[in-house]
Design a protein around this ligand. Structure first.
Ligand SMILES: [Zn+2]
Length: 140
C-alpha cells in the first residue's frame, strides 16, 4: 500500500518539470485542448437540436407532399384547395415546421394534368428552413 502510494507520488511529481508523466508545456497543451473540446461539445446540443428539427421538417414536408399527391390521385388529378383537406392523412401538427411552429405555405395548384413540368411547380414551402416540396413529390 505504501509502495503504491510512493509510486503514485513519483508519477505525479517527477522532478520539477514533470507532472502526471507529462512535461509541463505538454500538460498545459493537453489542458487547453481538453478545455477547447469541452467548450465545443457544450455548444453541440443546440446545433444538433436544430439539425434534428430540420430533419423532422423534411419528413413533415415529404409526408404532406405525398398526401397532396395521393389526394390528387383520388380526385381526378386535382390538388386539394387547402391543407385542411389532407388533415385526415396528415395530422395538423405535422403541417407545421417543428423549429418555428409556423404553418407550411401551401400553393393550391389545381389540376396535375394541366401542369407542364410538375418538377418545377412548388406545392409546399417551409418559411423557416426555406425547404420546398414540388408537385412531382421531390424536395429541395
Ligand atoms: Zn421547417
Amino acid at each position: 500500500m505504501a509502495g503504491c502510494l510512493r509510486r503514485t507520488r513519483e508519477l505525479l511529481y517527477r522532478g520539477s518539470t514533470e507532472a502526471f508523466g507529462f512535461h509541463r508545456p505538454r500538460l498545459l497543451g493537453f489542458i487547453v485542448l481538453a478545455a477547447f473540446a469541452t467548450a465545443t461539445l457544450a455548444g453541440c446540443p443546440k446545433s444538433r437540436g436544430s439539425q434534428v428539427q430540420r430533419v423532422e421538417c423534411v419528413g413533415n414536408l415529404r409526408r404532406a407532399a405525398v398526401a397532396c399527391l395521393n389526394y390528387a390521385s383520388d380526385h381526378n388529378e386535382r390538388f386539394p384547395e387547402s391543407l385542411r383537406e389532407i388533415e385526415s392523412a396528415v395530422p395538423a401538427a405535422l403541417l407545421r415546421c417543428p423549429a418555428s411552429g409556423k404553418e407550411y405555405k401551401y400553393y393550391s395548384r389545381g389540376d396535375l394534368n394541366k401542369m407542364r413540368r410538375p418538377a418545377k411547380v412548388v406545392l409546399l414551402k417551409c418559411p423557416t428552413h426555406r425547404l420546398k416540396a414540388y408537385a412531382d413529390g421531390h424536395l429541395k
